[in-house]
Design a protein around this ligand. Structure first.
Ligand code: FEO
Length: 171
């Protein structure tokens, strides 16, 4: 069994990751309606990855004989008026998730829960990559988004993103 506070935070994180998947589905839907299938593809894969994150934490709690609490997932309520609103909301959300992962890490560190710290190392790295990706999207959009031909090419670039299962595997 894990420390109760650590286990509670991990349970909450399952919900946050599933909410992330919901949020990215909403973003996928925005771009699908816009006719930008590459952007839509990018956010669909993002949603799949978030579900993977939730399932990794779910499995970790199961493997450690911790109770799992599945709470209601909040409705994504962001209103997107333009493409950049979506991109910026994505970065803002990833920064929020990074802070949340760090809070769990800190709780594990305080009780010398080295197993959870090692488990979370993967998430710390993953969050760094997700923030970088979200910032890169914003930079590219700032550079090329206003020009229709460039936006078309950027959309094609994002259409090439493929889903990869997480490198972290729990038995
Ligand atoms: Fe799983 Fe992007 O946070």
């Amino acid at each position: 069994m894990l420390n109760k506070k650590v286990a509670d935070l991990l349970n909450e994180q399952i919900n946050k990751e599933l909410y992330s998947a919901y949020l990215y589905l909403d973003m996928n839907n925005y771009f699908d309606k816009r006719g930008l299938n590459g952007f839509a593809n990018w956010y669909m894969i993002q949603a799949q990855e978030e579900r993977d994150h939730a399932m990794l934490i779910y499995k970790y709690l199961q493997n450690n004989d911790c109770p799992i609490v599945l709470n209601a997932i909040a409705k994504p309520d962001k209103k997107f008026k333009k493409d950049m609103d979506v991109l910026k909301a994505g970065l803002e959300h990833e920064e929020y998730v990074t802070a949340s992962i760090h809070t769990i890490y800190d709780a594990a560190y305080k009780v010398k829960d080295f197993r959870t710290m090692q488990f979370l190392d993967w998430f710390v790295k993953e969050q760094g990559e997700e923030e970088t990706n979200a910032r890169d999207m914003i930079t590219k959009m700032e550079l090329f988004g206003a020009d229709q031909r460039s936006l078309y090419l950027l959309n094609q670039e994002l259409a090439a993103r493929t889903y990869n299962a997480p490198s972290l595997v729990l038995d």
